[in-house]
Design a binder for this molecule. Structure first.
Ligand SMILES: Cc1cc2nc3c(=O)[nH]c(=O)nc-3n(C[C@H](O)[C@H](O)[C@H](O)COP(=O)(O)OP(=O)(O)OC[C@H]3O[C@@H](n4cnc5c(N)ncnc54)[C@H](O)[C@@H]3O)c2cc1C
Length: 468
């Protein structure tokens, strides 16, 4: 390698920022590429600049951590060690000529301008996305994802509605419910299908995580202060309304995840913010040929994938929160810098981050088993409920594909029904189709991470718009 080594980081969330900073500080030229207009990712999502928020920190915690990342990025950009390509959507990453890596992105208001970034190494820090399982009424206006409600608040400074029910499962529901309540919404209920006390029963896991225990207590205090009623081991069985949401029916669940007869009751609301956990973004890793472990990118102790020159960090390697993403990004950045300079990295240099990573991975493995969607959810989805929203395919059609037509895997269900064939390419409906049919949920194997205009493809190869 001649000249300064070059790293392309995809994703400017906690993992990508930590990786970019660690590598840039060690003599690597970094190109940080993100679809959003501002750095921060999901956890540190910033209000749109045009809104001129006077106190953006009011919607955040860990503001100091954000300031440190933001200031570090600004310094590296000013001093020419890092470029930040905001508003660039990466659709593909591939091995280029002479062993280098090429990252292809789209930019411009219409996302129809191709940009290619050449690098000696790539760090994939693309985060994760929310999983939402269907139920009768889930397509009504007024039903939004929990993260979507939060994005409206943090990014657009707007509330999704006046009276909100926050429902589903997973730790994300807590900041969403408390954030909406603090911003002035009436949160009529927080409906969690799991029983968070199960975590308390896993004492060894919690004993190593006093911070998580304190965080849980802090959220419990906020829920009390905002008078948010918490219904654990409950689920939304139906959303009601004609033109838009008017209320939801919730019911209690037994230990097996089935609705307990006689417990259904209605809660009036104009917004339902719902989420059933998160899944890692793995498209770019898959196009590069990286092996996955389950639904996440498989990495070693240095955050290296099994494809030379490709590292991954944060939620693309497994869902585990911002602190874990920061630790993994930091380790990846240091490892990349050492390897690009042709030296063997010394893990003692990142020992504190490695300890954080080990502790948090253990904690989130336990949390994952507690916050699984309730076992009986698929039985409550009526045949007329739309499951694939892009192609408007119902649960009845999907069940028919496995029942009378004999499909045995998600791909065959897709070919027979078009479920997963639309704009989102199954990102939203695949877990639901898997749950309804009993087919294994495999990662998507999509050739591109997002739709690409034919004009951009036609303008390849390769030097077109290349940024180096
Ligand atoms: C909607 C949502 C809300 C959340 N809210 C909270 C919360 O309130 N509290 C909490 O503790 N945790 C929250 N989480 C979880 C938390 O955000 C994550 O734990 C943390 O942000 C993970 O950091 P990361 O760097 O791995 O990914 P992210 O922060 O998700 O960052 C990934 C970045 O990659 C970019 N990206 C992805 N694909 C591409 C592409 N193809 N091209 C260009 N850019 C791309 C995205 O724009 C994003 O900026 C939320 C997660 C989501 C999805």
């Amino acid at each position: 390698m001649t000249g300064q080594p070059r790293l392309a980081v995809v994703g400017a969330g906690p993992a990508g920022l930590a990786g970019a900073l660690a590598a840039a500080a060690r003599g690597v030229h970094v190109t940080l590429i993100d679809a959003a207009d501002q750095a921060g990712g999901q956890f540190f999502r910033q209000p749109a600049t045009a809104l001129r928020a006077r106190r953006p920190q009011a919607l955040h915690h860990q503001w100091r951590a954000w300031q440190r990342l933001r200031d570090g990025l600004e310094r590296h950009v000013t001093e020419g060690r890092t470029e930040h390509l905001a508003g660039h959507h990466v659709w593909c990453a591939e091995r280029g000529s002479a062993g280098s890596l090429m990252v292809h992105a789209l930019r411009g208001a219409a996302q129809d301008e191709g940009v290619a970034v050449r690098a000696d190494a790539v760090l994939l820090a693309t985060g994760g996305y929310e999983q939402v399982l269907p139920f009768p009424g889930w397509t009504l206006p007024g039903v939004v994802t929990a993260g979507g409600a939060q994005a409206m608040l943090k990014g657009g400074l707007v509330l999704p509605g006046r009276t909100v029910v926050v429902a589903g499962t997973g730790p994300l529901l807590l900041p969403v419910a408390t954030g909406l309540a603090a911003a002035g919404a009436r949160v009529a209920a927080l409906v969690e299908s799991a029983d968070p006390r199960e975590l308390l029963r896993r004492a060894p896991v919690l004993a190593s995580q006093p911070g998580k225990l304190a965080e849980g207590a802090w959220y419990a205090g906020l829920l009390l202060r905002h008078r948010v009623r918490t219904l654990a081991r409950h689920t939304v069985v139906e959303a009601h309304g004609t033109d838009r949401l008017e209320g939801v029916t919730v019911a209690a669940l037994d230990r097996g995840g089935r609705v307990r007869p006689g417990t259904a009751r209605r809660i009036d609301c104009d917004t339902l913010a719902v989420g059933h956990g998160m899944l890692p973004h793995t498209d770019l890793a898959e196009t590069l040929g990286c092996t996955l472990a389950g639904m996440a990118v498989r990495v070693d102790g240095e955050q290296r994938t099994d494809v030379p020159g490709v590292w991954a960090a944060g939620e693309s390697t497994g869902i585990g929160g911002a602190a874990l993403a920061l630790a993994e990004g930091h380790i990846a950045g240091r490892s990349i810098a050492a390897r690009l300079h042709g030296t063997e990295p010394d893990p003692r240099g990142w020992a504190p981050a490695a300890r954080t990573r080990a502790r948090l991975r253990t904690f989130f493995a336990a949390a994952d088993s507690v916050y699984a969607p309730p076992a009986g959810w698929a039985d409550r989805v009526g045949d007329d409920t739309v499951v694939c929203r892009c192609e408007e395919v119902t649960a009845g059609e999907i069940r028919g594909a496995v029942g009378s037509l004999g499909a045995g895997d998600l791909r065959t269900v897709k070919l027979l029904t078009r479920a997963g064939m639309g704009w989102c390419q199954g990102r939203v409906c695949a877990p639901a189709v898997a749950g309804l049919t009993g087919c294994p949920l495999n990662p998507g194997r999509r050739p591109f991470a997002r739709p690409v205009p034919l004009g951009v493809l036609a303008a390849l190869p390769v030097d077109h718009g290349e940024k180096d």
